[in-house]
Design a protein around this ligand. Structure first.
Ligand SMILES: [Fe+2]
Length: 251
């Protein structure tokens, strides 16, 4: 699996505190079935990570992983809040490109309230050659109340990332229900851990993939779409929903 949202870089935000923490998180990710992870530190007022710091920490973590013999590929990234997104020049935004793809940006969806102007922000990014990925909107009460509100954002060219802990119920019923409703509506495209600490439970990609209940869809969310993002390719078509037959699911 390819996990495109994690706080695995040390000493930059509320994720890994030390490089040893980062190595432990990497071990947990590998044990959970992850082969590639994007380091996406917060980039916002309270954690104003610069691209230079992100790249420095990324190099330190890669060196520590090689020394420890942990086979996890760690790619660049950043989780930008909407305010910081508006403040940074395009050159610096490109350094935070998700999974090392300079044209894809992971945007933090606020936990409270609907971000006014989000559709305009998405439109503006698209005209400047960026593709936004909206991080975990299912955790917002606004989206939980009306998941279909995201439709114009997706029609405008944004992709939507669901958090593994929402999908498998670790965050409670509301995020889980919203995540599945977004999937039903065709308004979700990838699953990621958003892990902040070293434990398998924090990663939880395999349990979320299983909770999807449709192996082909789970693979699209955890392998095919994130691989296309990293590789700068077109997002592959979503697999058709399985039909329910008398003896289980068939395709
Ligand atoms: Fe995050």
């Amino acid at each position: 699996m390819i996990d495109l949202h994690s706080h695995i870089l040390h000493g930059v935000d509320d994720g890994a505190a030390t490089v040893e923490d980062g190595v432990e998180m990497a071990r947990s990710a590998v044990a959970d079935g992850v082969t590639v992870i994007a380091a996406t530190p917060h980039v916002r007022g309270d954690y104003p990570t610069t691209a230079e710091t992100m790249e420095l920490r990324l190099a330190e973590l890669r060196e520590a992983l090689a020394a420890a013999g942990v086979e996890l590929q760690v790619l660049a990234g950043g989780e930008l809040d909407l305010q910081r997104l508006a403040e940074l020049p395009d050159d610096e935004l490109r350094c935070f490109g998700l999974g090392g793809n300079a044209s894809v940006l992971l945007l933090e969806f606020p936990y409270h309230g609907w971000p006014l102007g989000l559709a305009d922000t998405v439109f503006g990014l698209r005209t400047r050659g960026f593709r936004p990925v909206i991080a975990h909107p299912e955790r917002s009460a606004e989206v939980q109340a009306r998941p279909e509100q995201l439709a114009p954002i997706v029609e405008g060219g944004a992709l939507v990332q669901l958090t593994a802990a929402s999908v498998d119920g670790r965050l409670g019923r509301r995020p889980r229900d919203a995540a599945f409703r977004l999937l039903e509506l065709g308004l979700a495209h990838l699953l990621a851990s958003d892990a902040h600490a070293p434990s398998i439970r924090q990663i939880g990609m395999s349990s979320a993939a299983e909770a999807i209940g449709d192996p082909a869809l789970a693979r699209w969310l955890t392998v095919e779409v994130p691989a296309a993002i990293v590789g700068g390719e077109h997002i592959p078509a979503r697999p058709p929903a399985p039909r329910r037959r008398r003896f289980g699911w068939v395709r």
